[in-house]
Ligand binder design. Structure first.
Ligand SMILES: C[S@@+](CC[C@H](N)C(=O)[O-])C[C@H]1O[C@@H](n2cnc3c(N)ncnc32)[C@H](O)[C@@H]1O
Length: 322
């Protein structure tokens, strides 16, 4: 097992992303990718086993049940690149099915160094699968994987867990187009999408009674305190999950309980928050299964097969680069 250790999430990009989001006029916003430092990645793992958060279990059910079928539809040899793996636990089913057909290389791409390490530990024992990890942003890592493939080797990109839902809908099309540009005709993308369901069920999934999702969200401020010498008073913020019916998304915010001033010393700026003003930290868009083929076409893919979970509506879609 080998791992490339070139970090791409420099403190420069952290500073500029945070400055831009907190000093823009109107709604303050922080990029959701910054939720995942070591603590954030560990808290996300805990969220994925919460009873209210059915999403990961639905994804696992589909991958477990259909791994052999999914793999049988791929042209071989294939190199597998996964975008934002987290712990990588559920990828085991696919990799084991693939290994039964042919020894292959798996390339997890992660912005979070600790998630990448978790993934490599989790999947490192699969016979006939060699792992090369990339600590990188999605597209940068994918371009590096594409550059290392040999002639005749196909690429399968995994984008599981409905992480596509973190993009606004037009940005999701743009992102998939960017992925398509890196691929060759006939390459594949396995895309997980969480489907629409009753709002009360969604709200419970993003605001659990144990407060794990709240801790995950608040950790973003704690991370900024740690890494940018900031003085966010965590007890003066509340986790807020709300449904946006126009966007069909759950939005996570941090609500300021007081009017307050926060200084980010290492970044060299100060902000003021009014009482009840929020910082928007993440969006999770929900899809109809029928939207995915349209999304795929707009981005230059054909959606050839879909597998659906009905217990927690969720879709796994196999897209082939047209
Ligand atoms: C919602 S979690 C999903 C994890 C896993 N795929 C799953 O389904 O459980 C998103 C993962 O993507 C990673 N991530 C977020 N933004 C990223 C980016 N721009 N580039 C690379 N990885 C990113 C995070 O560190 C996190 O582990």
């Amino acid at each position: 097992m080998r791992q490339q250790t070139q970090p791409t999430v420099t403190s420069n990009s952290l500073v500029s992303g945070i400055r831009e989001g907190l000093t823009r006029p109107g709604q303050k916003q922080l990029p959701s990718k910054f939720l995942y430092d070591e603590v954030g990645s560990a808290l996300f793992e805990a969220i994925s086993v919460l009873p209210e958060y059915g999403l990961t279990r639905a994804d696992v059910r589909l991958l477990r049940r259909h791994a052999t079928d999914i793999v049988s539809r791929l042209p071989l040899p294939v190199i597998v690149a996964e975008l934002g793996t987290g712990s990588g636990k559920k990828t085991r089913w696919l990799l084991e099915a693939l290994a039964r057909r042919r020894p292959s290389c798996y390339c997890p791409i992660e912005i979070s160094r600790s998630a990448l390490a978790m993934c490599q530990r989790e999947l490192g024992d699969i016979e006939a699968i060699s792992i090369v990890g990339y600590e990188a942003e999605y597209l940068e890592g994918l371009a590096q994987v594409a550059a290392r493939r040999r002639d005749g080797e196909h690429l399968l990109v995994l984008f599981l867990g409905s992480t596509i839902g973190n993009f606004e809908r037009p940005a999701a099309v743009e992102f998939l187009r960017d992925v398509r540009q890196i691929l060759r005709t006939g390459d594949s993308l396995l895309l997980g999408t969480d489907l629409e369901k009753p709002v009360a069920q969604l709200l419970a999934a993003y605001d659990d009674p144990l407060g794990i999702t709240a801790a995950f969200n608040l950790n973003l401020l704690a991370r900024i305190n740690r890494e940018l010498e900031a003085d966010f008073a965590l007890q003066q913020f509340r986790h807020l999950a709300r449904y946006n019916p126009a966007a069909r998304s759950i939005e996570m915010h941090l609500r300021s309980t007081h009017t307050q001033t926060v200084t980010l010393r290492a970044a060299g700026f100060t902000i003021t928050l009014e009482k009840d003003e929020t910082i928007w930290t993440e969006s999770c868009h929900k899809y109809a299964a029928s939207e995915v083929p349209l999304l795929a076409t707009k981005a230059g893919f054909d959606c050839t097969t879909q597998w659906l979970d009905h217990e927690w509506p969720f879709a796994e879609s196999l897209l082939v680069a047209a």
